[in-house]
Design a binder for this molecule. Structure first.
Ligand code: ADP
Length: 977
């Protein structure tokens, strides 16, 4: 104690004092280094740690105080305090310590603690200002106590609360009552705090205890906001609240939110994933917000297919706390989409539809209604009355809404409409009743059936037309069915059948059985009818048949009928014939007349042909005589004058013969009787012969006739020598005829040989008058000449080229022509011949044995004296002898008796003709027989072959040809012998 500067007197005083005194160090832990008796008794002895800290004193809190209250062992003690002095003491002096007796009142310490509590504001005031204020004001309002003491409080109170508070002050102050009130008090930070106050008014003063309840307001505001978020979620949507603390990483879901998540995800585990995912998404969302943004919203995919929408806000300044709501609108989306679908289906329905009230008010109508009535798309009709203008019967609609409620749930009406566009339509209306929400409605649907009606009319018209057609066509139409059981019936018969089969209209209905029809067919025609029907059915080919049917029920007369049908197989296996029957009795009659006429015409043609053949024969005989006589006269040394006359006669005769031959050939070709021979002949010789025969004619017409033969034509070919000569003759004669003092060039060329076939080119070219292009085709027609006057100038029948062309075509060739008027013409063609085998030359080998042809003795069978005379003269010219007989009979006898080298046999003779005679002679003699006939050779060719004639020479006789033939047949018979 010495070192602290405390003297003994002072110590004694202290020690003896009944009041407590103690001293403590001025440095931590402030050890109590002295206490008097009463202190030790009361406090010191029971102290565990004899320091100020041990006493529970915070010495700093007492730095400016002179008194303090000390609590120890449930007792309060008051002490005076002297702090260490800079100049003097270096200890704390606590003195005059005595126990504070409170009698149930709080101890001073308690009272002190109460007033220094941070919970509530405690204040004492007078009038409008405060005289005391505890330190809570700093934590609650942010002011230092001094800032609020002794100052008018009104400016701090929210203007909206001021009047009320002033009222309370006035009323309560007077009566000195306790007032409870809430008010907003301006804090130092400029924000108002909600204070809940209780005020005790005393005569001079008032005591206030106030508590900051702002948090309650904030809480309420936020709750309210959360509720309003819930209110704003779409209808029919499940929703729930949540609170998130981003810092604490906690998600609090209200039960309804929990239900949503569970509903979408199904279990708690998934809920955890939801929570972490949701936290993350919120974190990210917050990052994108500006500091001003207090609210935001978004959607969160809880799974790949399910999502929730959310809206959120920050409930306080701390932006790590977020409150919000989630909602799941999948169900409402589904309902809305279903609703949209139904709405669209209704609007787009292809029929016009309406829902109306029983008074005619339109509740709903779809797009098609406007279309049907021709109204603008957007125009709205509200009452059925509005439609009156469109209908013929204006108030029809009343019927549609007032129809009796019968059994049928749907009533139908039809009505005529002229729509806004002036189109007249027929409508079919269907109406049905419907009850909804205790109200009655009528559903109306309108259908435009104008087209259907038109179509029906068309079908009816065309059906009528077809019926009319079937009734009107001549004859009868039918349909016949053969079913799978083999029954045959008429399924349709037109009225025309009555007339064809002679059935009365009443009976036609009974006429569906096929047997009735068959019984009417003529027995002779029945097999044909049945056979052809069966064939048609089997081959599925059209049936056609002409037959006779009984013309009436009782009538036994028959009429001709043509039946035709086409079969068709039906899917059910039945067979159907569509056909007709028509009366052809008249046609048959006509046909038979036509037949008669044809027969008559054929007969006439035959007569004509016979006549032509007869007349030509008759003409040839005298011509023969003339030509023969001229021939013999030429050999009797005629004078020059006579020679000239004989030439003229010869020329005329030749022309006549050509004309007759042409006519005959033409007739034969027409009758199809001309055939082409295949007999070997020498090509070169034949051409030479033709040219030789025409050399006189060439000289006469002052033309040069030149022959150009190519190599290799001296061959024997098989063909018709006579016809080839005739063709060449025709062409060269024409060339000479139409050329004056010019050239006629005949060119024959061997074009080629393949095996035993040769191809030969023939050409006759002249430098004559030529043929105009327009005539070049015509001249090949029958009887055609360039100008009719030509025939008078040049002579001719116009048959030559026609015959030439026909003959060539029979021989496999085709004539062509090159011609220029004034320059000349060129006729040309090609022919193919079989080359005759080498054996033809065999006779040449026996040439050594060639019989001598001197002094031959011939038998001439000729009934015509002139012919006999001419022929006799010719034979004599050759230096031969002959015996003449007048018919076949005599010839047979002569042949039997006499010996002849050759027999010349005329064909047409009385008593016995040449054919018969030859047959007879051949029976006993091998003498060669040559037929002589004026008739066309081909006609009798077959018979000549049959009768085995060795040769044939046509009349009028070409003496040289006859001689050649005689020599040939003798040579041949010798060889055979
Ligand atoms: P026709 O007997 O009259 O000669 P064709 O049939 O032989 O009869 O000839 C028919 C017509 O063709 C002749 O009248 C003539 O006008 C014409 N014609 C035939 N050949 C020649 C030719 N070489 N030059 C000019 N015209 C010809």
């Amino acid at each position: 104690m010495q070192d602290k500067g405390i003297n003994s007197t002072f110590k004694k005083i202290i020690y003896e004092s009944s009041e407590m005194v103690f001293l403590a160090d001025d440095s931590y832990p402030y050890s109590i280094f002295y206490g008097n008796e009463s202190f030790e008794e009361e406090i010191g002895e029971s102290l565990k740690e004899k320091t100020l800290v041990g006493l529970g004193l915070d010495i700093n809190a007492y730095i400016f105080k002179e008194e303090l209250v000390l609590t120890h062992g449930k007792k309060d003690f008051s002490f005076k305090l002297e702090l260490p002095q800079d100049s003097g003491s270096n200890y704390f002096l606590f003195y005059q310590g005595k126990e504070i007796k409170t009698h149930g009142l709080p101890s001073r310490k308690e009272a002190y603690q109460f007033f220094t509590s941070k919970l509530d504001l405690i204040a004492i005031g007078k009038y409008d200002h405060l005289t005391y204020l505890n330190s809570s004001v700093l934590s609650v309002l942010g002011y230092e106590t001094e800032e609020l003491l002794n100052t008018n409080l009104c400016p701090f109170i929210h203007e909206e609360d001021l009047a009320r508070i002033q009222g309370i002050w006035k009323s309560h102050q007077k009566n000195q009552e306790v007032a409870l009130c809430e008010l907003r008090f301006l804090g130092k930070d400029g924000n108002y705090r909600h204070l809940e106050c209780s005020v005790q008014f005393n005569p001079e003063t008032f005591f206030v205890i106030a508590r900051d309840i702002s948090y309650r307001y904030i809480q309420a505001k936020n709750d309210h906001k959360l509720d309003s978020l819930i209110d704003s979620v779409p209808d029919l949507t499940k929703s729930g609240k949540w609170k998130v603390d981003l810092e604490e990483q906690t998600v609090f879901l209200e039960p309804s939110s929990n239900l949503i998540i569970e509903g979408l995800l199904g279990n708690d585990l998934a809920k955890d994933t939801f929570q972490s995912g949701f936290l993350n998404q919120l974190k990210e969302s917050v990052k994108t917000l500006t500091i001003e943004q207090q609210e935001f919203e978004g959607e969160f995919w809880v799974s790949e297919s399910e999502k929730v929408d959310f809206s959120a806000f920050f409930p306080n300044k701390n932006r790590s706390i977020i409150w919000g709501v989630i909602w799941d609108n999948s169900k409402s989306r589904k309902i809305i989409s279903e609703f949209d679908f139904l709405k669209k289906a209704w609007i787009e329905c292809p029929d016009a539809m309406m829902i109306v009230k029983p008074d005619g008010q339109i509740v709903l109508s779809n797009k098609e209604v406007n279309q049907l009535f021709g109204l603008e798309k957007n125009s709205k009709i509200t009452h059925l009355e509005d439609l009156n203008v469109f209908f013929e019967e204006s108030y029809d609609w009343r019927e549609w809404v007032n129809f009796p409620s019968g059994d049928a749930s749907i009533s139908r009406f039809s009505t005529l409409l002229i729509n806004e566009k002036g189109q007249q339509l027929t409508l079919e209306l269907a109406a049905s009743r419907m009850e909804f929400d205790n109200s009655m409605f009528i559903t109306l649907s309108f259908r435009n059936i104008s087209e259907k009606i038109n179509l029906e009319k068309k079908v009816e018209d065309s059906s009528n037309f077809l019926m009319n057609l079937t009734d009107q066509v001549p004859g009868g139409l039918y349909q016949m069915v053969l079913n799978s059981e083999g029954q045959m019936n008429f399924s349709f018969l037109s009225k025309g059948i009555n007339a064809v089969l002679g059935i009365s209209p009443q009976k036609i209905h009974e006429f569906n059985d096929i047997s009735t029809a068959i019984s009417k067919v003529h027995p002779q025609d029945l097999p044909q009818v049945i056979m052809s029907s069966v064939a048609s059915a089997r081959k599925m080919e059209p049936w056609q048949c002409q037959f006779r049917v009984k013309s009436g029920d009782n009538n036994q007369e028959y009429r001709w009928v043509l039946g035709a049908a086409r079969p068709q197989a039906l899917e059910n296996g039945d067979m159907v014939w569509y056909g007709y029957l028509t009366d052809i009795s008249k046609q048959k009659e006509f046909e038979s007349k036509l037949d008669e006429a044809r027969l008559a015409a054929e007969k006439a043609n035959q007569i004509k042909s016979d006549f032509l053949s007869m007349i030509s024969h008759e003409l040839r005989t005298p011509l023969n005589a003339i030509s023969g006589s001229v021939y013999s006269l030429f050999h009797e040394d005629p004078t020059d004058n006579q020679k000239s006359a004989l030439n003229t006669i010869n020329f005329a005769v030749e022309n006549l013969i050509i004309m007759i031959n042409d006519l005959l050939d033409f007739q034969k070709i027409e009758a199809g009787k001309l055939t082409i021979e295949h007999i070997p002949f020498n090509l070169k010789n034949t051409v030479d012969q033709v040219l030789k025969g025409l050399s006189f004619h060439a000289k006469d017409s002052k033309n040069k006739l030149n022959l150009h033969l190519s190599e290799g034509l001296d061959i024997a070919v098989k063909g018709d020598k006579t016809r080839l000569s005739q063709i060449m003759n025709n062409l060269i004669t024409n060339a000479l005829k139409f050329t004056n003092e010019g050239n006629v060039d005949v060119r024959i060329e061997l074009l080629g040989q393949v095996r035993n076939k040769v191809k030969v080119y023939f050409e006759v070219k002249d430098s004559g008058i030529g043929i105009a292009p327009e005539h070049q085709e015509k001249i090949f027609d029958d009887f055609d000449q360039v100008k009719p006057t030509f025939s008078t100038k040049y002579g001719g029948t116009g048959l030559g080229l026609s015959i030439t062309r026909k003959l060539l075509s029979l021989m496999g060739g085709k004539i062509s022509l090159d011609s220029q008027v004034g320059k000349g013409s060129k006729f040309f063609f090609e022919l193919e011949f079989d080359v005759e085998e080498e054996k033809q030359k065999i006779p040449m080998k026996v040439d050594n044995q060639t019989p001598s042809f001197n002094g031959l003795h011939l038998l001439m069978a000729e009934d015509n004296d002139v012919n006999a005379l001419v022929l006799g003269k010719i034979i004599k010219k050759w230096g031969y002898t002959y015996e003449r007989v007048h018919n076949g009979q005599e010839a047979v006898e002569a042949a039997r008796i006499g010996k002849f080298d050759c027999i010349l046999m005329d064909i047409q003779m009385p008593v016995m003709d040449g054919f018969e005679a030859t047959i007879e002679i051949k029976k006993f003699s091998g003498t060669p027989i040559i037929a002589l006939t004026a008739a066309a050779k081909l006609e009798i060719m077959e018979r000549i072959d049959e009768c085995k004639f060795e040769g044939f020479v046509a009349k009028p006789i070409d003496a040289a040809e006859l001689l050649k033939r005689i020599k040939e047949v003798i040579k041949e018979s010798n060889y055979k012998a």
